[in-house]
Design a protein around this ligand. Structure first.
Ligand SMILES: *Cc1c(COP(=O)(O)O)cnc(C)c1O
Length: 351
């Protein structure tokens, strides 16, 4: 049967109102890719699988929650959606609003959004507004305006987003016939880790698929859940998780604890090293934030604090590398220029 999107496939498992009217771009159904070379690089002896969420319609996992949130909003008769975003939520909200014939407004922190994400939001026709402040400031503003005006909030404090994002856990269990031993993923505003845990728990209750231990990874410069308090000026190259006051921080900590896992931090250097390793060893190019889960796994393995021998680990790679090309091109060496002659090419390649 042809694939018809997440609500068609898993809608019966999601707590969405009866009036929900499906808006889909055939999101989800992303591949789980075996990463044997990277597994060996990390010491080997375990099975590593990458859930490549960058292959969603707008290039990140945000589409899973957005199909649910915009479908609910449309069914309710909303005409405008709004969100605060570090970029990917903006692109996703704008695309699904366009698909639904609705207007979208996105608030982004000034100058801190990767080019591919901003371009997406604009291309899909969103009204893009920069806030002279942080993501956390922008989120406060959209909450205030939606309390006052009939505009639908589609940040992950919208419960329908969380429902939609549970489908990633369902897909993993359906593919593997059980939950993995460990799940590692980046943590920003903490909606995704909350959704995965809810999804795995629901499937386990229905089908006894078991539960993973969850390793949530923040960027060291934006690690409020590790520090135990909000971070006023979060800083990291991983802009998608550059968040100092996670809206679902409590739930993230609960998920980590209940799963017998934990939330840790990885430095920007560790994140960028992993981004590169994933691309050159496996051919999977992700944006920096997306490599954080794996970077944290590498740190834990190296420190001997996580024994993965004989285990099955699923790493969530949340967004595509094309979203943030500058991080690669910024300080790269310009490719060599040769005259258009075979001997010149031979000299460069063969020495
Ligand atoms: C949104 C996002 C995250 C963080 O997800 P949260 O639900 O905010 O924790 C991580 N990586 C990418 C690429 C994202 O777009």
């Amino acid at each position: 049967m042809t694939y018809q999107g997440l609500l068609h496939k898993y809608g019966y498992l999601l707590d969405l109102p009866y009036y929900t009217q499906t808006v889909s771009l055939l999101e989800g159904n992303t591949p789980l890719i075996k990463a044997d070379r990277l597994s060996r690089e990390l010491g080997g002896g375990f099975e590593l699988l990458i859930k490549y969420e960058g292959l969603n319609p707008t290039g990140s996992f945000k589409d899973r929650g957005m199909t649910a949130a915009v479908s609910e909003a449309l069914g309710r008769g909303a005409t405008t959606v709004i969100c605060a975003s570090t970029g990917n939520t903006a692109a996703s909200a704008a695309a699904y609003a366009a698909r639904a014939g609705m207007k979208s407004i996105v608030l982004i922190p000034q100058g801190k959004v990767a080019a591919g994400k901003l371009a997406g939001a604009i291309a899909y026709g969103a009204q893009v507004i920069q806030v002279d402040g942080s993501f956390d400031d922008a989120l406060t503003m959209v909450i205030e305006i939606t309390n006052k005006h009939p505009i639908c909030l589609v940040n992950s404090i919208n419960p329908h987003r969380i429902e939609g994002q549970k489908t990633a856990a369902f897909e993993i269990c359906d593919r593997l016939d059980s939950a993995p031993d460990w799940l590692c993923l980046p943590v920003g505003n903490a909606g995704n880790i909350t959704s995965y845990w809810a999804g795995f728990k629901q499937y386990d209750e229905m089908k006894a698929t078991g539960l993973p231990q969850v390793l949530g990874v923040q960027a060291a410069g934006a690690a409020p859940l590790v520090a135990g308090h909000p971070v006023e000026y979060p800083e990291t190259v991983a802009t998608a998780i550059r968040i100092g006051k996670p809206a679902r921080g409590e739930q993230a900590l609960q998920a980590a604890e209940a799963s017998n896992g934990r939330i840790i931090a990885a430095t920007d250097e560790e994140i960028l090293t992993m981004q590169k390793a994933l691309a050159v060893l496996e051919g999977i190019w992700v944006e920096p934030a997306s490599a954080a889960g794996l970077a944290g796994l590498a740190v834990e393995i190296e420190h001997g604090t996580l024994n993965v021998k004989g285990k099955r680990v699923v790493a969530i790679c949340t967004g595509h590398g094309l979203k943030d090309p500058e991080i690669i091109t910024h300080d790269m060496q310009k490719p060599l220029i040769v005259p258009p002659r075979l001997d010149a090419l031979e000299e460069v390649i063969l020495g």
